[in-house]
Design a protein around this ligand. Sequence first.
Ligand code: PLP
Length: 377
Amino acid sequence: MMAPDRRVLLNPGPVTTTDTVKRAQVVSDTCPREREFRDLMGRVRDHLIGVVEGGSEYVAVIFESSGTGAVEACISSVVPRDRKLLILSNGGYGDRMAEIGQAYELDVLQYRIPWGRPLDKKSIECLLQRHRGQVSHVALVHHETTTGMLNDLAEFTRLAHEYNAEVVVDAISSYAGLPIGIAELGVDYLVGSSSKCLQAMPGLSFVICRREHVEGQPRGGPRSYYLDLYSQHRFFEEQSGVRFTAPVQAFCALDQALIEFFEETGAGRHRRYLRNHTEMVEGLRRLGFRFLLPPEQRSCLMIAVIEPTNPAYSYDEMHDYMRSRGFVIYPERYSAPGAFRLANMGEIEARDIRAFLRALEAFLEEKSLGGDLYEAH
Ligand SMILES: *Cc1c(COP(=O)(O)O)cnc(C)c1O
């Protein structure tokens, strides 16, 4: 089988994958209840925990959904009826967690600051003090993909635990891209998905959580029939499978992607992403672009670029020009206001970034934009 044309996706998921991951989907028609496939699912579950260095005290509960499904399953399942969920939000995905909580009519306490501002530990601690004994869970986004900001997982996990709250982390865009030691950090629930730094196909998401939290008496929900963390876990333990029709091909791709993750190693992948990030940021700066966040707040997985103000600039023209050359960039409307984003996830090498920058430079020259992107004419 010929591999389809390679595209360099600079949108934050789904990402550019290897041909071996793409090809892993082409399998004989498979009944997911057969032994062979149940073995594959078991291996995937173990590997998912291994990526974040968890031990047997952790389990991986997989859902047949995009990342949001697992966030929703977690939030709607774990918060007890008479307790509060504190959500720390400094971007679009933090806001989304609050919307999920509200959709289930949970008692949501939202610490909300403008997109792109760092979480302030003091004010969060004040909130926890004011609601002492009432907050059962603190939820936050590790890497806020809408701005590229990295929130401090260790600091806020510690803080939540000091106030006897468990922590729910949306690590969808950082999982497998940044080193995360779930056991060392003591994170209670960590959510990831197949289609970002894991470099597999979209369609699967998962919660990695402490075994004791999903075994025994459920403490909160379930509040949803389909997105029920406890039943999904129990079914896996008893039947080695998911409760509903498994997306077989997505699982096969994920299995292969996990094997490739361990071949590259977590440290190796992180180094490759760091190299690409440095190449990208230096290249963009050279071309005259400015960035939304200062360097110390940025992750290496995403760069939010301030939209040029020069009237000769048009995002759509830039998008189409780059798209016709095999590079896909991501529009402002899904980003912090006044910025567009370039993700750094997936099977991309430094030479792809250099080729991207050359094409971008050619576009700017064609539009006579070189050097004064932010000047009004
Ligand atoms: C991509 C992403 C999600 C989930 O998005 P889906 O479209 O449901 O896959 C959630 N949180 C973060 C931080 C993300 O980057």
